[in-house]
Design a protein around this ligand. Structure first.
Ligand SMILES: Cc1ncc(COP(=O)(O)O)c(C=O)c1O
Length: 402
């Protein structure tokens, strides 16, 4: 009915398959490995209540007033301090913008950089919400396969050379370096350095997205691309969704001051400012200096869940030559590859009959591939449900193979 009214941009947009699918798995009988949700039993609700009370008592009237687009002054100062003391990243006030979590970061970055037909280089597979944001500004994608050390950076240069020859505009490389969503793999330090060198050589930007960075269960942390690269090369997205509350919708962007200034202008027409009230609450929580302890608790619990899922997969998956899964060092997901003849989109309704859910891997590809892959989340279900759910999934795959 409104076909002649919707913009060309709007007509190409699709609902997120995952957000639609999450509605299906609300049935409490279904064990869901589908979402990317934190374990709600670990939400520090009392801390939140205390922080809300303090904010209302101390600065209630200011906190519910409009605020600056750049973000709450106190929160920015806390974040700058924490970046310096904990991550050894020194930034100025004009190199940070508070956002309504990292999904808004993806949208704003797309808004200021992508013209129709511009190219974004992405992982194969990559985060669906990233693809959605870039696609809504009519980007075109070039995909680079992943292996256990993240994006195959050795394949990037050849692509860049060809694209340059064809005079295509490559705007940025989208990288989720730590415990990638969906594959769970981590970009090695060598590849981080190599990708920065390539971005310098071909004069393109890197968009780094790091929601899982602090959720490491094994091994040593690897410096972020933002920390490794010259300041004008990387735009980096951060969020409190996975380490505190996704419902607060808070995150931030780091980047060159000229980019941040343009993002501020773009954000003004999006939402004027991220709610000052939630920013003041987060500021209060950070000032109490308890978040590191909280993250340690998350790490302990999620490490157990990861272990439990890997053990259950070992135990319940059938022995098939082409069946494998990643063993992530952190984050919330692992990635299963099934024999080529299986199709996880088609298998999904049978999985629901068995009361277990996953996300079919093809949703994380822009090019309709990955039909024999699937993503499993291990942060949300309890240990007991992880065991039971993997038993059901293993049974299903065994039946399918037979
Ligand atoms: C890689 C990646 N980026 C961004 C987001 C968006 O998260 P939020 O907007 O809650 O920060 C997610 C959520 O799962 C994600 O996995």
């Amino acid at each position: 009915m409104f076909e002649d009214k919707f913009s060309i941009r709007t007509k190409t947009m699709k609902r997120s398959a995952i957000r639609e699918l999450l509605k299906l798995v609300l049935n409490p009988e279904i064990i869901s490995f589908a979402g990317g949700m934190p374990d709600p039993s670990l939400f520090p609700i009392k801390l939140l209540g205390d922080a809300v009370k303090s904010v209302l008592e101390r600065e209630g009237k200011r906190a519910v007033q409009y605020g600056p687009t750049e973000g709450h002054q106190g929160l920015k100062e806390e974040l700058i301090k924490r970046l310096e003391t904990r991550r050894n990243i020194k930034i100025n006030e004009n190199e940070i913008l508070i956002t309504t979590a990292s999904q808004q970061g993806l949208d704003l970055v797309s808004k200021i950089f992508i013209d129709p037909e511009d190219i974004v280089i992405v992982g194969l597979p990559t985060y669906l919400g990233g693809l959605g944001a870039f696609h809504s500004y009519r980007a075109r994608f070039i995909g680079i396969p992943l292996d256990d050390n993240g994006m195959r950076v050795d394949l990037v240069e050849e692509k860049l050379r060809v694209l340059r020859r064809g005079q295509h505009r490559v705007k940025f490389i989208y990288v989720i370096p730590d415990f990638q969503n969906p594959a769970g793999v981590t970009l090695s330090i060598e590849r981080r350095k190599k990708i920065i060198a390539l971005a310098e050589k071909y004069n393109i930007l890197i968009l780094e997205d790091t929601p899982y960075r602090e959720l490491r269960y094994r091994g040593e942390s690897i410096p972020s691309l933002f920390a490794l690269a010259p300041r004008d090369r990387v735009v980096s997205l951060y969020t409190f969704s996975k380490v505190l509350f996704p419902g607060l919708r808070l995150g931030y962007i780091l980047g060159d001051k000229e980019i941040i200034n343009q993002l501020v202008i773009a954000k003004q027409s999006t939402d004027l400012c991220t709610p000052p009230f939630t920013q003041a609450i987060l500021c209060e929580i950070l000032k109490r200096d308890v978040i590191d302890e909280h993250i340690k608790k998350l790490v302990v619990r999620y490490r157990d869940k990861r272990e439990c899922m890997l053990n259950s997969l070992d135990k319940y998956m059938p022995e098939l030559p082409d069946l494998s899964w990643t063993k992530p060092d952190g984050g919330l997901f692992l990635w299963v590859t099934l024999p080529n003849y299986m199709n996880t989109e088609k298998l999904f309704s049978k999985a629901l009959e068995k009361k277990v859910a996953y996300v079919a891997g093809s949703y994380f590809y822009y090019n309709d591939s990955g039909k024999n892959t699937l993503r499993l989340n291990f942060s949300y279900p309890t240990l007991k449900l992880i065991i039971k759910g993997i038993q059901r999934l293993g049974g299903l795959i065994k039946e399918e193979a037979e």
